[in-house]
Ligand binder design. Structure first.
Ligand code: SAM
Length: 227
């Protein structure tokens, strides 16, 4: 039986190179890993989570779709359960600061990993900025719309590149490509930030300042990039 997965996970899978050895941190139900096992040629798939509950569910799903021989399930926090030959780390569906924490504070453990595929639920600007600081550059970016929300999926490779503030905020590749969803994403962000600024008390001086800066950048990106 073939597994059906949502568009976001499908796009994550599309960004994974065949014949790579991947570790999916925070696999939860392991839908992505089952899809990979069924649809892509992979050298190794480790599906890990730091909680027993999701892993139990993952084990049942893996059995149901008969891919027990293709997925290694591991319990552990973040990078901890990694194996020597893993070349790609996937972290999807977590908050940006959780993703940053995992990659920043366990960086010695994944020196051999060349590729990171990350899909944060929010705080994408911080994810881009902090992962670049760890010695990666942004190789590919996608936006996926699901249930009225728009999610980013980012692929990083080891290497160095410099970025401007607005590129951290909205993605160098998305901006260059004039991604059709980016326009919608920016318009939604603009409305949300304007609303927030109108109700945020004056005592939050620095947050207000940051919001004004971000709004200025959005207006600039909207007027220059989508003309
Ligand atoms: C919302 S689910 C995302 C599932 C799947 N990756 C996706 O994109 O649909 C997040 C999962 O990450 C796990 N998680 C959170 N922090 C973690 C950590 N530090 N190490 C490993 N797993 C973690 C949670 O237990 C949960 O199962």
């Amino acid at each position: 039986m073939q597994i059906k997965i949502n568009e976001r996970l499908k796009e994550v899978a599309n960004l994974i190179t065949e014949n790579s050895s991947v570790m999916d941190i925070g696999c939860d139900h392991a839908f992505l890993d089952i899809y990979l096992a069924q649809n892509k040629k992979m050298k190794k798939i480790i599906a890990s989570d730091n909680k027993e509950g999701p892993l139990k569910q993952a084990k049942e799903n893996i059995k149901k779709y008969q891919v027990e021989d293709r997925i290694i399930l591991k319990l552990g926090n973040g990078i901890e359960p990694i194996e020597e030959d893993i070349d790609t780390i996937i972290i999807s569906g977590m908050g940006g600061f959780n993703i940053i924490g995992i990659l920043k504070y366990q960086k010695e453990r994944y020196r051999k990993v060349k590729t990171l595929i990350l899909s944060p639920n929010h705080d994408t600007k911080e994810v881009r900025k902090e992962i670049v600081k760890l010695g990666f550059y942004i190789e590919e970016e996608k936006l996926i719309k699901e249930n009225k929300n728009i999610y980013p999926i980012l692929r990083f490779q080891r290497g160095k590149k410099k970025y401007h503030y607005e590129e951290y905020l909205y993605g160098p590749i998305l901006m260059k490509r004039k991604d059709s969803l980016l326009l919608e994403y920016l318009q939604k962000e603009k409305e949300w930030k304007e609303r927030l600024l109108s109700v945020l008390p004056k005592k939050y001086f620095f947050r207000r300042l940051e919001l004004k800066k971000e709004l200025k950048v959005i207006s600039k990106v909207l007027s220059f990039s989508f003309k």
